[in-house]
Design a protein around this ligand. Structure first.
Ligand code: CAA
Length: 440
């Protein structure tokens, strides 16, 4: 069977930067290490006043199509995944197609367009839709363009404000792909949850602490469900495990939980693991608190083992390098994690062809999905073509006053007009409603 997967990827960051330890922490009266060590973040990417989900998505897609020498006729489907949409009827993909038609010969009239919503997992769901469309033989030889784009902004003063971010990831899904082959096996963990909501509102209502617990619970279910179709996962099976990364500290928690699950061969205190490594509370513990304390103690011990630390340093830490500098990109986040991992491999001369990735996606509300991918022969050229380092370097570093101004601009409840901080360079810009996506 012909392989189907991600042929190419492009990343587009918001053009502004908010320095968390240097600018945010002093303003909040917090220790900078809460952000760098606790949450694991150095900076957030932020959209300039002329950027939004359409411009960032179109800019990423444009770069991808240009680099791959594609014309609209090569694309049979455009799906945009976002949780920052501004239109309850017309999908963001139509706006993006409108932008792209300004610069390419031909149009996308033949292309099926849509918008996917399930919080941050929608990017992976769009990949699945594209995969299924190709596997069903409905693509007529064409590829699918999947764009995950978000302005992940929180109300000022909300605990989530430290984890903001803005950016887009464009992916080309094709037969015989260059980057990774997607597998047909998936595991899900899904439940009706209200930890993170945006019911017709610009900024989310978030129960931050609970959202962390829901992420972990659904991820564990997804891992178990994945094993029920793909067989037991072992810690050495995967070169990297890119997870949805709202902030690296979240992935640290998820990684430890996943590791506890997959180390069936551990020599570390097997008895204790057997005794307390299960839910619900084993009879040996009188109360939930006793069980929780013992579990915490066990996890703390596990975290300190050489085996865990080595696995974390090799398999998880490399997935977090871009996230540390950009914050949460919601739908794009897990796809940024994959790119970080492969970039790390390239920079360290690691041959990844044929190696497997364990990809963990998550969306609040809530659903987790686990699948595996196999890296393809053309991966090096695809990753080498990324210019994400230059983009991050070129961002304008905001002062606190700049930040407050531009945050107000992106609050649709306020009528604010602010000069742009950066000059757009050959990119689509938001120029007022109805004049979106003009290229400057
Ligand atoms: N030095 C080192 N570490 C420090 C520190 C210091 N001086 N001060 C605090 N820390 C550590 C804390 O111990 C904590 O780490 P642990 O969780 O490992 O204990 C970490 O820094 C964060 O500190 P707090 O918990 O005190 O931070 P907070 O209460 O201000 O906010 C948050 C944390 C609730 C996650 C908040 O950022 C938030 O609401 N974020 C938005 C929601 C979110 O991202 N949830 C993630 C799961 S949901 C999801 O994944 C979907 C999505 O994309 C939104």
């Amino acid at each position: 069977m012909t392989a189907v997967g991600i042929d190419a990827i492009e990343i587009w960051t918001g053009n502004l930067k908010l320095d968390l330890p240097g600018t945010f922490a002093p303003e909040k009266g917090e220790d900078p290490e809460k952000y760098t060590k606790g949450l694991g973040l150095n900076a957030s990417s932020f959209p300039d006043s002329y950027e939004d989900i359409v411009t960032m998505g179109a800019n990423a897609a444009h770069r991808l199509m240009e680099r791959k020498g594609l014309e609209p006729d090569d694309i049979g489907r455009i799906d945009v995944a976002t949780e920052s949409a501004f239109d309850n009827s017309k999908p963001v993909s139509t706006y993006v197609a409108g932008c792209l038609e300004q610069v390419f010969d031909g149009d996308f009239h033949h292309a099926n367009k849509g918008e996917r919503k399930f919080a941050c997992i929608a990017g992976t769901q769009s990949l699945d839709d594209a995969y299924n469309w190709i596997r069903a033989g409905r693509n007529r030889g064409r590829s699918a363009l999947v764009i995950a784009t978000d302005t992940a902004l929180y109300a000022r003063g909300d605990a989530g404000e430290a984890t903001q971010g803005a950016g887009a990831v464009a992916m080309l899904i094709s037969e015989d792909p260059n980057l990774v082959e997607l597998s047909a096996e998936q595991g899900y963990g899904s439940a009706d949850e209200t930890d993170f909501l945006k019911p017709n509102q610009q900024f989310p209502s978030v129960d931050g602490k609970r959202s962390v617990q829901v992420y972990l619970a659904r991820m564990r279910e997804a891992l178990e469900d994945y094993e029920s179709v793909a067989g037991d996962v072992h810690s050495e099976d995967f070169a990297y495990a890119p997870f949805h990364t709202p902030f690296p500290g979240m992935v640290r928690k998820a990684a430890l939980l996943a590791y506890r699950h997959v180390i069936r061969d551990t020599s570390l205190e097997d008895d204790l693991a057997d005794e307390i490594g299960r839910q619900p509370r084993p009879e040996a513990f009188d109360t939930d608190d006793d069980y929780r304390d013992a579990l915490r103690e066990y996890m703390d011990l596990l975290k300190e083992t050489d085996a865990y630390q080595e696995w974390y340093a090799e398999t998880i830490d490399p997935t977090l390098s871009i996230s540390r500098e950009v914050g949460n990109w919601y739908t794009g986040s897990v796809h940024v994690a994959r790119a970080s991992a492969l970039k790390h491999a390239l920079e360290n001369g690691r041959d990844m062809t044929g190696e497997a990735l364990l990809v963990g996606s998550y969306g609040s509300g809530a659903q987790a999905e686990i699948h595996s991918e196999v890296v393809r022969e053309g991966w090096e050229d695809e990753i080498e073509a990324l210019n994400v380092d230059a983009q991050l370097e070129d961002r304008y570093d905001m002062s606190w006053d700049d930040y407050e101004e531009v945050h107000d601009v992106h609050n649709h409840d306020m009528d604010v007009d602010v000069e742009e901080f950066t000059a757009p360079e050959s990119e689509f810009v938001f120029d007022g409603w109805g004049r979106m996506g003009e290229r400057k």
